[in-house]
Design a protein. Structure first.
Length: 72
């Protein structure tokens, strides 16, 4: 692969797959682990992510400007 970005993403995918194999070897319930891997990772709700103070800081906002009920 000549593209560094594709090469990097391929390496990450290989590492993730390798960790799955390692976890499956250590797991006592291999079927439950396989089902969990098929379902995917837990998703966080976007409306909760925006309340993270780091998001406000990154956007240059104060929480009071967006959500008036919040105290400083």
């Amino acid at each position: 692969m000549d593209d560094p970005l594709r090469r990097s993403s391929y390496k990450v995918e290989c590492q993730i797959a390798g960790l799955y194999v390692e976890r499956s070897r250590l797991s006592s319930d291999k079927m439950a682990l396989a089902k969990l891997a098929q379902v995917g990772a837990e998703q966080s709700e976007p409306n909760l992510a925006i309340r993270d103070p780091y998001v406000y800081e990154f956007l240059g906002l104060r929480p009071q400007e967006i959500l008036p009920g919040i105290r400083a």
